[in-house]
Structures are given as structure tokens and as C-alpha cells.
Write a protein that binds this ligand. Sequence first.
Ligand code: GTP
Ligand code: MG
Length: 206
Amino acid sequence: MNYHNVSFLASYGLLKQIPPSRRLEIAFAGRSNVGKSSLINKLLGRKALARVSAVPGKTATINFYDLDGAVHLVDLPGYGYAKVAKSEKVRWAGLIEGYLNDNERDLGLVFLLVDMRHPPTRLDCDMANYLIETERPFVVVLTKADKLNKTEREKRLAAIADELPCGEQLTIVPFSAQTGEGVDVLRGIIEEISAPGESAAPDSAE
Ligand SMILES: Nc1nc2c(ncn2[C@@H]2O[C@H](COP(=O)(O)OP(=O)(O)OP(=O)(O)O)[C@@H](O)[C@H]2O)c(=O)[nH]1
Ligand SMILES: [Mg+2]
């Protein structure tokens, strides 16, 4: 997989605008400000392909990115941002659920991002439950790992499996968009999904 061959494809604000899948899709879900856009940029080695902001609630659309003509990465709007108008929340929820619920889509995996500094929120657990109920395979990514010291990190890693529904059965990956921790692991997972059985070791994923 060539991680330098990436491009922005399109943004959609309404479910009905989204065309049928043209490639295998991998989606990124998580609460607003958890680091979805930063993770996509880090994964694709680009500073600002996906828009990042200090102000939560920035990704108000579903954004599609092409990775080497092989996979489409799908940046979903963040949930749970209190300061967004109710009508916007309803529109976002419609987008997220409508996308995840569409069985016609070629959705290979969802990365569910959870802020590593805190226990998962109620909405994070609702999302995990939703993915379990709809039988969507997903991997949990613990974001902003650079912000924890060693003790905090170990504490969160020990606790998380008990805090998430079916946590014991989940793959859980610590990640930092700042240090690059976890990038190789996520790339390895993406390779495995896009070419099952042919996956190279994460080291050679460049
Ligand atoms: N220290 C640190 N900060 C991060 C990391 N990832 C994201 N951030 C910061 O967290 C803030 C939100 O990041 P985004 O990537 O925009 O988050 P998002 O999930 O896309 O947010 P929405 O689009 O609002 O849903 C920004 O200020 C980022 O710089 C990380 O791994 N480490
Ligand atoms: Mg975003």
C-alpha cells in the first residue's frame, strides 16, 4: 500500500448525497474532538488533508479519502458535542447512523476512537453497542496517548476492557497523532482488511 498516494474525494452533508461504495470502506467514528481528523492525517502522512481544529464540532460532514486506489477512508462527524444546535445534532446522528446502517455499503471496518485520558463516555459505549448489534467489525483506538504519563497510561489500559461492552474481545490500540505511536499497527490492520492473507508486516507498510 502506497501511503503517499492519497487524495481527498468528497464531502457530504446529507445521506442521500452519498453515492454507493466504489471501494472497500474503512470508517472512523468517535466523539467530537477525539482526534479522528488528526488520525487520518497522521495515517496518510499529510498535515492537513482532513481538517483539524481546536474547536470541537468541526467535521460536520462525512468526508471520503482515497488511499492508493484500494480503500476509501471515511471520516464521520463527531458525536456528543454539547454546544451544537439540536437540529445539527439530529442531522449528524442521521448521517452517522444512516451511513453505518446501510447494508449496501462495502464497509470493511470501523475504527472507534476513544480519548485515552478518560473512561469511555456513555455515547462511546452506545456506539460500541450499536456496532456489536449491527455486527460491524470494529477496532478501538485510544487517542492522545502522548498526553498520559506512564502510570496513567497503564491504569487506562488496564481499565478499558472492563469499561467497554464486550471489551475483552476487542482489539484496542493506543495511538498518538503527535508521536506517531500506533500508526504502524493501524496500517497493518488496514492492509489485512484490504488484502486479507497478503498482509505485510507493519514495518514494510510504507
Ligand atoms: N496531544 C494530542 N492532541 C491531539 C491528538 N489528536 C488530536 N489532537 C488535538 O485534538 C483536537 C481535535 O482534533 P481533531 O482531529 O480535529 O478531532 P476530530 O475528532 O476530528 O473532531 P471533530 O471533527 O470535531 O469531530 C485538535 O486540537 C488536535 O490537535 C493527539 O494524538 N495528541
Ligand atoms: Mg474532524
